[in-house]
Write a protein that binds this ligand. Structure first.
Ligand SMILES: C[S@@+](CC[C@H](N)C(=O)[O-])C[C@H]1O[C@@H](n2cnc3c(N)ncnc32)[C@H](O)[C@@H]1O
Length: 316
């Protein structure tokens, strides 16, 4: 969902589970916080408002257009932020470059923003016609169109199965190959029509093109790879008692977060705060239907001093 803020000419993506994220980050006035997927700055705006003049917010995004909007939005609050046009995969490099060792909190709000979906030229939406692009970073070489028209049949099957969890992956892949032999597939409507014709309308509420679009978007942006690589690094960037909040929108993302936090817990570096993921309230879902699939998981960096004291007392 996008909304217009009074007195501001721009429309923005509405941040999901905002109150819950703020509550769990327990913001300190002089804290340093990182928003790894700042988008148009919805969560970051609220973070910046709460950390005041003494804190620092670092925001990353692959999408330059989103960062420009975030910059304009955040500048109205304070100058205590640094925006970086980068994959969050490179967080370690950027923190070293900025001479920042550890921070109080880290936020991930994975996936695509409403503004990206609404911008027809970006090709994220199967509901509107546009070029098959789907890149978060428009300077990266691989568009969805290139992937769809060039990937071998088996690669198409793998993408649809692994990233879309599409049961009829091979059927869709076969129809893509057939179609592209007649003509290059280059619009979102061509791809959504192909998925709908292959799968039929079905009884479910979910559009048959949903999984296909999700799969190709994830593949084009190498989303799973970035998440898999950053999660094990997160404890290194957190101060003791520092928090990481991660919002996922589909089961692949949520599983990675769940397993990532669990592995860090087993290694004694993170404590899991949310045994079950936090979901949006019916009111939030009513106001912002995109939030219905959101799952927030939170973990905290273990306080080694307290933990070791506890163990010491236990042995006495
Ligand atoms: C759901 S939106 C974030 C919205 C933001 N929280 C807000 O309230 O405005 C997700 C953003 O993450 C960005 N993104 C996705 N994967 C990324 C990655 N690996 N590195 C950096 N940014 C990424 C997308 O470009 C998009 O702008």
């Amino acid at each position: 969902m996008i909304t217009q803020i009074p007195g501001c000419p721009k429309v923005f993506h509405v941040p999901v589970l905002l109150d819950e994220v703020l509550q769990h980050l327990s913001l300190k006035k002089d804290g340093i916080y990182i928003d790894c997927t700042i988008g148009e700055g919805g969560h970051s705006e609220a973070i910046l408002e709460n950390i005041g003049e003494t804190g620092l917010l670092i925001g990353l995004d692959k999408d330059k257009k989103a960062l420009n909007i975030a910059e304009e939005r955040l500048s109205r609050i304070s100058r205590n932020f640094i925006l970086i046009n980068s994959d969050f995969l490179n967080l370690s490099f950027h923190l070293k470059r900025l001479k920042i060792d550890k921070v109080e909190g880290i936020l991930f709000d994975f996936g695509v923003s409403s503004l990206q979906i609404e911008d027809l030229s970006r090709g994220f939406s199967f509901k509107n016609n546009g070029p098959l692009d789907m890149r978060f970073d428009v300077s990266s070489p691989l568009t969805c169109e290139e992937l769809i028209n060039q990937a071998p049949y088996l690669e198409l099957c793998r993408i649809l199965k692994d990233f879309g969890e599409e049961r009829r992956a091979s059927l869709i892949a076969r129809n893509i190959v057939r179609k592209r032999e007649e003509k290059r597939i280059n619009t979102t409507f061509e791809l959504s029509e192909l998925a709908s014709k292959t799968l039929g309308r079905g009884k479910g509420k979910i559009d048959p093109a949903t999984r296909t679009f999700q799969a190709f978007r994830i593949a084009v942006n190498r989303e799973i790879e970035s998440i898999e690589k950053i999660l094990p690094q997160i404890p290194n960037f957190l101060k003791e008692k520092g928090k990481v909040c991660a919002i996922s929108y589909h089961s692949l993302e949520d599983r990675l977060v769940k397993w990532g936090f669990r592995a860090a817990k087993e290694n004694g570096i993170l404590k899991i705060i949310t045994k079950k993921p936090i979901r949006s309230s019916p009111e939030e879902i009513f106001k912002n239907p995109r939030s219905r699939s959101a799952k927030l998981r939170v973990a905290e960096k273990i306080n080694f001093v307290l933990e070791s004291n506890k163990r010491f007392e236990n042995y006495n």
